[in-house]
Unconditional design. Structure first.
Length: 102
C-alpha cells in the first residue's frame, strides 16, 4: 500500500523539478549565447575602429611621403635633408631605373 502512494508522490515532485532544471539549463544556454553575441559585436566594432585609424595613419604617411618626393623633384629640398624633415624616413636614397643606388 505504501508503494502506491510513494510512486505518484515521487512523480508529482520529480516531474516539476525535472522541468524546472531543464528550463534553467535552456535559459542559461540562451543567455550565454546572447552575451557571447554581444561580446563578439563589441570586438568587431573595436576592430573596425582600429582598422579605420590604421588606414588614416597610412594615408597620412603616404601623403607626407608623396609631398616629400614632390618637394625633391621640384628642387625645394635635397635628398639628404629628407630624413631630417620627415620622421618616417631614416636613410633616404635614390635608385635608378636598373634599381642601383644613385
Amino acid at each position: 500500500m505504501k508503494i502506491r502512494f510513494v510512486i505518484p508522490l515521487i512523480l508529482l515532485i520529480l516531474t516539476p523539478l525535472g522541468l524546472l532544471a531543464w528550463l534553467g539549463v535552456l535559459l542559461a544556454s540562451q543567455e550565454r549565447a546572447s552575451v557571447e553575441e554581444r561580446y563578439v559585436g563589441l570586438i568587431r566594432e573595436d576592430l573596425q575602429s582600429i582598422a579605420l585609424r590604421i588606414d588614416r595613419m597610412i594615408e597620412d604617411r603616404e601623403r607626407k611621403m608623396l609631398s616629400a618626393i614632390d618637394d625633391y623633384l621640384a628642387g625645394d629640398i635635397r635628398i639628404e635633408d629628407m630624413g631630417a624633415d620627415n620622421p618616417t624616413v631614416s636613410e633616404p636614397f635614390l635608385l635608378d631605373s636598373s634599381r642601383d643606388p644613385v
